[in-house]
Design a protein around this ligand. Structure first.
Ligand SMILES: Cc1cc2nc3c(=O)[nH]c(=O)nc-3n(C[C@H](O)[C@H](O)[C@H](O)COP(=O)(O)O)c2cc1C
Length: 344
């Protein structure tokens, strides 16, 4: 059935199709109808970051930036949902068109630039939602905020969402916000994470609840730099790392016109880069910080490779668009097989 829906959606420009999908899922926020039309995802609860996930497959950030279809999306079978990226103030992002389908290679290029309705709107939508599974909230900085002052934006978002999130993702890896990725390196990373950990402690006292932090990183990082990042994550007792965001390497895109589009590449063409990043991180982190693997999961094999590389949870975005919700079950089963566990 999804192939028919996909044919229809792919008649429209990618962003129009995306917004229509979010609206359609939103329509079902208050009923359980969707879950009757998608395969049931077998559940083997697992504990990561101190949280219990009903299955290991999550919706990646960027799909529901404003928390508009939380319940609808969860009915597709996800074990967790990550909202955002959200910034302190609403912003419109880059000029359109800004999402491109690399259809023949099951990939996308996007340069959305954190278009979102701001953190206050996100909190309002979360309060209206009846979803009771694991909810991650991914935060970033506004376009106009200089990278040097990014910490102010992250703290602002943290303060607003802390009491509504099961985990918070510090997004340092979008390629579409100038200089954001610089925050992944050296003293910038160290100072940012130290300050955010302090804030986490204060908020923990205020709300009497510990909300874990995940840091989301790019796939375009050298092995040497990944080692340095791993060491800073360990020093600051970060709770998880999400690897990876989209890549700026378009060399595998066959169509020259698409190859020249600026933005981050996701989907099948990202898979091996993302898996390699997970592998290096896993070696550096040992079992001390869990890795959430994302990037180019389009089938059981790519999911299995990410688990074998060292990820313990997985997230999907582009694969979901190309393959439909059936992929969630396929990936969950691949994870169970790779971990040698069997669902009840
Ligand atoms: C259209 C689009 C928008 C995205 N927006 C965000 C975002 O706002 N924040 C973020 O951390 N990642 C964002 N991502 C990246 C995804 O969360 C994910 O890390 C990446 O696409 C790789 O996974 P995939 O190959 O399964 O899509 C976006 C991806 C796409 C395709």
């Amino acid at each position: 059935m999804y192939q028919a829906i996909k044919r229809l959606l792919f008649c429209f420009p990618p962003e129009v199709a995306h917004n229509a999908t979010v609206k359609a899922l939103q329509l079902f926020n208050k009923t359980n109808v969707i879950s009757k039309f998608v395969p049931e995802v077998p559940s083997v609860p697992c504990k990561v970051m101190g949280l219990e996930f009903k299955n290991p497959v999550g919706l990646a950030a960027g799909f529901d930036k404003n928390g508009e279809c939380i319940n609808g999306a969860s009915q597709l079978g996800f074990g967790f949902i990550e909202l955002g990226t959200v910034t302190p103030l609403a912003q419109s992002g880059n000029p359109k068109p800004r999402i491109f389908r690399v259809t023949k290679q099951d990939s996308f290029i996007n340069r959305l630039g954190f278009n979102n309705l701001g953190v206050a709107n996100l909190v309002k939508n979360i309060k209206l939602s009846t979803y009771n599974g694991i909810l991650g909230i991914n935060i970033g900085k506004n376009f106009k905020t200089p990278a040097k002052k990014a910490v102010i934006d992250y703290i602002y978002c943290m303060e607003h969402i802390y009491n509504h999130a099961d985990y918070i993702t510090i997004n340092l890896s979008s390629p579409n916000t100038p200089n954001l990725r610089d925050l992944q390196y050296g003293d910038s990373l160290k100072h940012l994470l130290e300050r955010l950990k302090q804030q986490q402690q204060q908020l923990k006292t205020l709300y009497n609840k510990y909300v874990p932090f995940a840091v989301k990183i790019a796939p375009d990082i050298t092995e040497e730099n990944l080692k340095q990042i791993a060491s800073v994550l360990l020093d600051n007792q970060i709770d998880a790392v999400i690897a990876t965001n989209t890549t700026i390497d378009h060399s595998q895109v066959q169509d020259p016109k698409l190859q020249a589009e600026a933005g981050g590449l996701s989907g099948k063409l990202l898979n091996s880069m993302s898996t390699k990043t997970i592998q290096i991180l896993a070696t550096e982190l040992g079992n001390k910080i869990p890795i959430i693997g994302v990037g180019g999961i389009t089938d059981a094999q790519s999911a299995k490779e990410k688990i074998e590389a060292g990820a313990c949870l997985l997230q999907l975005y582009t694969g979901l668009v190309y393959k439909g919700a059936g992929l969630i079950k396929e990936v969950a089963e691949a994870v169970y097989a790779a971990k040698n566990i069997s669902p009840q």
